[in-house]
Design a binder for this molecule. Structure first.
Ligand SMILES: [Fe+2]
Length: 399
């Protein structure tokens, strides 16, 4: 199955960010032609409908431009002692056959192929991404001209769909809105997308779509723009975490002491802001964006399985997980990592200090001066805690 990179969608990354990102729409014909295997498909959607536990809120049906009330395609089922709403597949198919468009929202919450698809976008933008899938039957109207508050990457997966996209305006409202064709004039892109075509529509850019004579499945990966106000709110929030900002002031009567105290804290915050190194802060904000709640892609079972498969000849290296190495007492050194405190032989602490960056050693020699099996055990233990990670087999290893 295909795993996609950000470049698969946008082409050259530098050209995309210099010329298109946040500026103008981009059409890439055939960008994923012949490589649609890893994407959500009509077969996946049939499977999802057959599952009884997909909450109906993930699905929306529109017909004649209007939303169909969910009661028209759900049923009540017993779930343990409670009653719950579930999708009624037959009703959904019936609405589709009679011209309804079926939209799956946040499909990355329930479908692994959609979740994998968000990863290159989360990584490139350091912002959460959501996958929405649209299935339209033949001969439907589709969507009239509107703009969205997020950046959208459209991928045509099945059938065809005709799109019109207008210029990205200089001044962009933050919210969604609709337009009339008269006020928009001529579109800058008018195209019938075919399977494998990719279309990038920056937030606030008017666009419209209509299906052709066959079933169409297209998906859109939506990425929330992170504005300066989002980023700097994060910066200030991190700066006021410390004890200096923990006290509880009384500001409501505006007395002189309260105002002086506030002035003091504002000055302190100002100093901290002025001392921040922009390079380090940019890296921190990127990291925060990539790992925030909705962007996290847990692989813990797979990671632990890889740790258990560590052999004596497997190369191990340090991860970026922070480890506090304490002082030595009676031949043991305290380590503080991810909420765990442990005492390890001094030689293990020294080995950790010596490993930095890309350097790697075999698991059998990580802990010098002890039998291979003991070194391997210690390396596995540290790998379970996330301090070490496998870096491949040693060259020439044969056992
Ligand atoms: Fe849209």
């Amino acid at each position: 199955m295909d795993i996609y990179s950000f470049e698969d969608f946008v082409g050259d990354r530098d050209v995309f960010f210099a010329q298109y990102f946040n500026r103008k729409p981009l059409l890439r014909r055939g960008a994923l032609a012949g490589r649609l295997d890893g994407l959500p498909s009509v077969r996946h959607l049939d499977d999802l409908l057959a599952l009884e536990t997909v909450p109906p809120s993930y699905l929306r049906v529109t017909k004649g431009g209007k939303g169909v009330p969910s009661g028209a395609y759900t049923r009540t089922v017993a779930r343990g002692a409670a009653l719950a709403e579930a999708l009624n597949p037959e009703k959904v198919y019936e609405l589709f056959r009679s011209g309804g468009t079926v939209t799956w929202n946040s499909l990355n919450h329930v479908l692994p192929s959609a979740r994998r698809l968000t990863e290159p976008f989360t990584d490139a933008f350091a912002s959460p991404a959501e996958v929405v899938v649209f299935v339209t039957p033949a001969r439907t109207d589709g969507f009239s001209p509107h703009h969205d508050s997020i950046d959208v990457f459209v991928v045509q997966v099945d059938g065809t769909k005709t799109w019109r996209v207008w210029d990205t305006p200089d001044e962009r409202p933050g919210d969604e809105g609709s337009h009339t064709p008269e006020e928009l004039g001529e579109p800058v892109i008018e195209v019938t997308l075919e399977p494998g075509d990719v279309l990038y529509v920056p937030h606030g850019t008017p666009h419209a779509a209509s299906a052709r004579s066959e079933l169409s499945l297209h998906l859109s990966v939506g990425v929330e723009p992170r504005r300066w106000r989002h980023l700097l709110t994060d910066t200030v929030a991190a700066l006021v975490e410390g004890d200096d900002f923990h006290a509880v002031p009384h500001l409501t009567d505006g007395g002189g002491a309260a105002v002086a105290a506030l002035a003091g804290r504002l000055a302190l915050l100002g100093e901290r802001l002025a001392r921040l190194d922009a390079v380090t802060e940019a890296a921190r904000l990127t990291d925060v964006g990539r790992t925030r709640e909705r962007a996290v892609h847990g692989r813990e079972f797979a990671r632990l399985a890889a740790v258990d498969a560590l052999g004596p000849d497997t190369l191990v290296r340090r991860t970026t997980t922070a480890v506090e190495i304490g002082s030595s007492a009676d031949g043991k050194t305290g380590l503080h990592v991810a909420g765990h405190h442990l005492n390890v032989p001094d030689a293990v602490a020294d080995a950790l200090r010596a490993l930095d960056g890309e350097q790697a050693v075999t698991a059998a020699t990580f802990f010098p001066g002890v039998p291979e099996a003991r070194s391997l055990g210690v390396a596995r233990g540290l790998a379970r805690l996330g301090v070490l990670e496998p870096a491949g087999a040693a060259p020439g290893a044969s056992r």
